[in-house]
Ligand binder design. Structure first.
Ligand SMILES: [Fe+2]
Length: 379
């Protein structure tokens, strides 16, 4: 039996190798970076660099830090990942801040137990990455609910006279997550508004739970918690970034009985309870797509956010701007960040942190000032 299995394996491998070698010139011509890299916050002191290619292959990020050249590979349990067109590499923030990085992928046509057929390698131009550099004013661009129309979001963003230091993508960038192509749309928006040069915070929206690629997409970020929730900081700003789940109960017909967000949110809630307030931070911000944090699948996050001494909660989902959102009786500021406002409108928000204040300004895609507000942070 063993001999037969081995013989079959050799024959199948030989056929695959011959096929791959014949197809290699075509695959080489068709292999390119189809979404340039963005640098995502993924928990504590780490970033995850994510990009994609037109065909499956490997991925690695290269940079020099403290005189040492680093080549960090997209790995899974010791093996180089080769089956995917999305590539993600986790690197320490200290290594990437104020540094240049490149990213590369090699096309892999066939990978068997004892043989692999490899195609060409594509490499990005060097990208100069900015991190916190002690600047007195920090600009955070906040976009949510793009819902597959980045062009009006771009028009709204074009109104700002300052450049962002940090990009927040607060969920519902796409309306469903049925395949890797939908995830690639998220990558394209992240790169469009960050250029791969500033950190990106992505929080999952309710729509991005919908579809079989939703859970896979979370794995790509390689977060510290393994969920789409984590803490991070940017200079004096401490951030709690949450996955607020769906906008309907698990029992809703929409999900065909095939989701259990309740258990996922329960786990996230337990993790939140292990956190303590960042006493050194000048600003403590919580970001989540769904604004009704008093009832996430029966869990009330308000006491937790209160214990964490949250200054400002930023929600999306409602497709409107509200700098003084007062739905809940809570001891911290709340806002809704805008997003897609009707069939073809969009509101983008810039928050500027400095001098103990958070100043918000928002524009729509028609060049109108949509709103302004200043939050005073008292310590
Ligand atoms: Fe939403």
């Amino acid at each position: 039996m063993y001999t037969i299995n081995m013989a079959l394996n050799v024959i199948i491998s030989a056929i695959m190798v011959i096929q791959s070698v014949i197809a290699l010139p075509f695959n080489t011509a068709l292999f390119f970076i189809d979404n340039e890299a963005s640098v995502f916050e993924s928990g504590d002191e780490m970033y995850t660099v994510i990009w994609s290619t037109s065909l499956p292959g490997t991925g690695w990020v290269t940079y020099t830090y403290d005189g040492v050249e680093y080549v960090v590979k997209d790995l899974q349990n010791s093996a180089v990942r080769t089956e995917d067109t999305v590539h993600s590499v986790r690197v320490p923030k200290a290594h990437l801040d104020h540094n240049a990085y490149t990213y590369s992928s090699q096309q892999i046509s066939t990978r068997r137990a004892y043989v692999a057929v490899k195609g060409r390698t594509v490499t990005s131009a060097p990208v100069e990455f900015k991190g916190y550099s002690g600047q007195e004013q920090i600009n955070m661009l906040v976009l949510s609910d793009i819902h597959e129309n980045p062009y009006n979001a771009q028009k709204a963003v074009n109104n700002f006279t300052v450049q962002p230091d940090l990009l927040v993508l607060n969920g519902d960038l796409v309306s469903y997550m049925t395949s890797v192509l939908k995830f690639k749309q998220i990558l394209s928006y992240a790169h469009r508004f960050s250029g791969g040069t500033i950190p990106v915070i992505y929080t999952r929206g309710n729509h991005e739970n919908r579809g079989t690629y939703g859970p896979e997409a979370v794995d790509i970020f390689k977060t510290s918690t393994r969920g789409q929730y984590f803490t991070c900081s940017y200079g004096p700003i401490s951030l709690l970034c949450l996955d607020s789940g769906e906008d309907k109960d698990d029992s809703d017909w929409t999900y065909a009985g095939l989701v259990d967000s309740t258990s996922y949110i329960a786990e996230e809630t337990e993790w939140m309870k292990t956190l303590s307030p960042d006493e050194d931070a000048d600003y403590r911000v919580c970001i989540a797509h769904m604004p009704n944090v008093n009832n996430r699948y029966g869990f009330n996050w308000v006491p937790i956010l209160t214990d964490l001494k949250t200054d400002l909660f930023i929600g999306g989902h409602k497709h409107r701007l509200n700098f003084e959102y007062r739905r809940l009786n809570v001891p911290f500021y709340q806002m809704l960040d805008g997003g897609k406002t009707n069939d073809d409108g969009f509101i983008a928000t810039m928050l500027t942190f400095g001098g103990g204040e958070i100043r918000g300004i928002a524009y729509d895609d028609q060049r109108n000032l949509a709103g302004e507000h200043t939050y005073v942070i008292e310590r």
